[in-house]
Write a protein that binds this ligand. Structure first.
Ligand code: AMP
Ligand code: GLY
Length: 448
């Protein structure tokens, strides 16, 4: 047995400032190996002085503005592991920069993160491995895209090949709408239809979306957990798309199809990693769409943890997250035991400001009372102003409840949102997270 003081030695830096980063910091702070977690820039939930529970080490914010500041801090403080949250840092090469100086970092390099921001690259990898995915075509200009749309009746989902903060995908109902989407995408980039602009045109798939999180160490890949998020702003999956109004885990549909998803999606990717067909270290988020025949099609990859799925998954994860991430960085995933999860279910309901996603909210005071047992309150867009918690974004708080069933967890998360526990001007949330709309207007709650 190692002496506890010796075990408690690792310093971790989590990069990002949303609910995902709060949940990662919360979980890493519970590792017996970790003695301090820094978060940059963090939010009011990760600020020093906040009680994070007797079983956790301290969490503290640091304001590091550039890659150079992050790299200098990591070197000076002898950070044992940097965990990168948002995709923009990956695309801008933060992982490459940290690796150059020998800092251990969980996350893909700029080139590896192309799987997220180049949809054409992702589709080509999927096709080469015969992994089920929507039929697709790649166009190099708007003009070529319009010609392909005219000739191919299936090409109705139009995607810009690049990081577009969720705004580069149009699911259209017909030819004219699809062509209009091409024109809008060109205009949004300040380009004409003849200018180079890579687009992916896909067939429309219908089904349930599931977010599958896999850990990759550069040599192999294994499933960590699956969650489902709710992207639409209003109940019954109505209204505009958002960053995510809530999430839950486990996903009964995924549990049912786990063996075939492993065989058709995860195993081919893992083999391809081993063979060097592609390279990836970090969290590979596989966006699945399960159709009515039970086929799991890969819609997209993200090269990072999802938000708000991470908030739902972390409180159920029993294994030491630090050890899992360290094994990825050191290429030792084969030595890890399969991740363990608590029995039961977890539901995250995101509290937003009522104007979201049109606009966010800033500096509005938030009153927070004690949470019910079984609830972890993750902060998303919050800040501290004169010692008081205030709003600082569109998605504000993400109370996450763990209970025996999805239904109980949902009810507990809603109790956390009672006015005496969380209140701010303009507070809004969906009450139907973890429910599925079975028929218009009629919602049937899934049970575990
Ligand atoms: P993506 O960024 O590629 O995941 O697309 C964003 C969202 O658009 C997905 O989460 C789906 O809801 C939807 N979507 C993307 N591709 C398709 C498709 N081929 N068929 C239907 N919906 C899609
Ligand atoms: N929840 C979806 C995402 O993080 O992209």
């Amino acid at each position: 047995m190692v002496d506890t003081k010796e075990q408690l030695q690792e310093l971790v830096l989590v990069v990002g400032g949303g609910g995902r980063e709060h949940a990662l910091a919360w979980k890493l702070a519970r590792s017996p190996r970790v003695k301090h977690v820094f978060v940059s820039p963090g939010n009011a939930g990760t600020a020093a002085g906040k009680a994070v529970g007797p079983e956790a080490c301290p969490i503290e914010n640091v304001a590091l503005k550039t890659h150079e500041e992050i790299a200098a801090f990591a070197a000076r403080e002898k950070i044992s592991l940097v965990v990168v949250g948002p995709e923009v840092y990956l695309k801008d090469g933060l992982v490459d920069r940290l690796k150059e100086q020998g800092t251990r970092v969980f996350g893909p390099t700029r080139e590896e993160s192309r799987l997220e921001w180049s949809k054409a690259h992702a589709k080509e990898l999927l096709a080469s491995l015969s992994i089920p995915t929507a039929r697709f075509l790649v166009a190099e200009t708007g003009e070529e895209a319009i010609a392909l749309i005219e000739k191919n009746d299936f090409a109705r989902v139009i995607k810009l090949d690049g990081l577009a903060a969720g705004k580069g995908v149009y699911v259209t109902a017909g030819r004219e709408e699809a062509e209009e989407a091409v024109r809008e995408l060109a205009a949004s980039q300040g380009l004409s239809l003849c200018d180079p602009m890579k687009l992916v045109l896909e067939e429309t798939l219908v089904g349930e979306e599931v977010s599958l999180f896999c850990l990759a160490d550069g040599k192999m890949l294994f499933s960590l957990a699956a969650g489902q998020d709710h992207k639409r702003r209003f109940e019954g999956d109505q209204g505009p798309n958002t960053g995510g109004m809530g999430a839950y885990t486990p996903v009964p549909l995924y549990e049912k199809l786990q063996a075939s998803i492993q065989e058709q999606v995860v195993a081919p990717l893992s083999k391809a990693l081993a063979k060097g067909t592609f390279s990836f270290q970090g969290l590979l988020f596989i966006g699945l769409l399960i159709d009515k025949n039970g086929t799991a099609n890969v819609l997209e990859f993200n090269a990072r943890f999802g938000d708000p799925e991470t908030e739902a998954i972390m409180p159920l994860l029993e294994s030491d997250l630090y050890e899992l991430l360290e094994a990825c960085v050191e290429g030792r995933l084969t030595e890890c035991k399969p991740p363990r999860f608590k029995e039961g279910a977890s539901v995250t309901v995101v509290a937003v400001n009522e104007e979201y996603p049109r606009s966010g909210s800033k500096d509005v005071p938030i009153e927070i009372g004690p949470m019910p047992e079984g609830v972890a309150l993750f902060h998303c867009g919050t800040a501290l102003k004169d010692g008081h918690v205030v709003t600082n974004g569109g998605r504000i708080l993400a109370p996450t409840a763990v209970a025996a069933t999805l239904d109980e967890a949902r009810q507990l998360a809603l109790q956390a949102l009672a006015p005496e526990r969380i209140s701010f001007k303009g507070l809004a949330f969906r009450r139907d997270i973890a429910c599925v709309a079975k028929a218009a207007g009629e919602k049937i709650c899934q049970s575990t």
